[in-house]
Design a binder for this molecule. Sequence first.
Ligand SMILES: Nc1ncnc2c1ncn2[C@@H]1O[C@H](COP(=O)(O)OP(=O)(O)OP(=O)(O)O)[C@@H](O)[C@H]1O
Ligand SMILES: [Mg+2]
Length: 521
Amino acid sequence: MKFNIKDTFTKELPADPILENYRRQVNACFSYVSPKKTSKPVLVHASHEMVEELGMEEKDLCSEVFLDIFSGNAIYPDTQPYAMCYGGHQFGNWAGQLGDGRAINLFETTHNNKHWALQLKGAGETPYSRTADGLAVLRSSIREYLCSEAMFHLGVPTTRALSICETGDKVLRDILYTGNPEYEKGAVVCRVAPSFLRFGNFEILMAREDKETLQTLADYTIKHFFPHIQSGSKEGYLLFLKEVTERTLEMIIHWQRVGFVHGVMNTDNMSILGLTIDYGPYGWLEGYDEGWTPNTTDRQHKRYRYGNQINIGLWNLYRLANALYPLIDETAPVEAVLKGYQDAYQQQYLSMMKSKIGLFEKDARDIALINTLEENLQLTETDMTIFFRNLADIKKDKAVTDDFLSVVIEAFYAPQELDENVRETWKHWFVSYVARLRQERLSDLERQQKMNAVNPKYVLRNYMAQLAIEAADKGDYSVIEELYQLLKAPYSEQEEKVKWFAKRPEWARNKPGCSMLSCSS
Ligand SMILES: Nc1ncnc2c1ncn2[C@@H]1O[C@H](COP(=O)(O)OP(=O)(O)OP(=O)(O)O)[C@@H](O)[C@H]1O
Ligand SMILES: [Mg+2]
């Protein structure tokens, strides 16, 4: 196993001079820290694609070195692991220094002209661990591992995962915060991204009024990850902010398209590269509900509900703009960039939703058509994934007759109980929709193909991850493998795997881990 090590973060940014591992405030970009030794690591799963991306060989997966390095038991030669310092706004409030409390960066490497940072999550205490233990449990690690790879294959910008290992150590967690903590199996995920920088890395420097380091960090980020931007001037930092704004919006529009609810869109969980990061209490919309959030901590205010993710993206970008302000020092252009998000959002959201229902020509009434669709989807519990996938089967020359709902009937959670009002409301919509489809130039088949390329057949439904977790807890990793393979081709029919194209089973409706996720991970 050989990596082409190319560390930039630790080489170019200020380090914490203290090497001891105790909790503290750090006036630097990172602290050197070693992963915690694990007692009996076992490889649960590894992504063959990431193995290849990183320039490793299949046989490396079976090696002891692989297990040692990616469980935290050994350090790759000539590298020095570290935890990053960042702050963040949590649920709308400034939380001060947070930092990698349980993530430890191993090294950066290049392969095939791509640059990657590798990071262990759950690898033990760091100076940023505050009151917590630095560890992660198998349950949440499986969720992160499977979901980040699934999102990649859905075409959503995301951090990725190389491997997941059980540590052999026990971790104490109070899943439902009821005061009854229990021991669970510990695990470590190795995640991979060009960089793990977050909005919070910039915010903490601005909060500390450390303009010099702020500029160093911005210049570093631009040089390595936005190389087409000329750094060092107010125009450069503005362009940087603009591009982060665009990437963030693009990411969230993808979330809306596939029905992903992040669950904790705090600014410390917003990647500066516009990647989905921190797969904690996330969830997938099953019944389409704009007010749904999987995160029990957010149950009251539902700040991070599905229908609010785009607004929160903007709120978070305001925090980033504020953090970068000392480098720009002029209000009007910053406001223009943020205003750009709102304008772009309207237009991009519309074209994304149009693509989901197979509309590509222009018609001023499309906004209304989509608004009504979104209202109708909430009339009665309607499965988002099944609805959009099956809608592609509609024929534009077929009249909307009595069986008009049959094409999407599978999506309704209680199809026998649809009352007359609901049926009538849907009928109106289908009449307008079919009429609108007739304005399109595509044939039914062409439209279906296009719709099936944006409406996944398979997503990581909350209960699916839970099944993988329950099996893994008993030492059976086969469901992880099954879901991993399934989710590599989420837009393909995969007829032999069609059992996963199904509504959430009733047992999963209110089960913790399936519909309610806590931050206890
Ligand atoms: N078990 C833990 N031990 C130490 N620090 C933790 C632990 N869980 C969370 N934290 C820290 O609390 C803060 C907020 O946690 P959050 O749940 O957003 O992140 P996370 O799930 O640990 O990781 P990430 O954002 O890296 O995916 C972060 O600074 C995080 O490192
Ligand atoms: Mg986090």
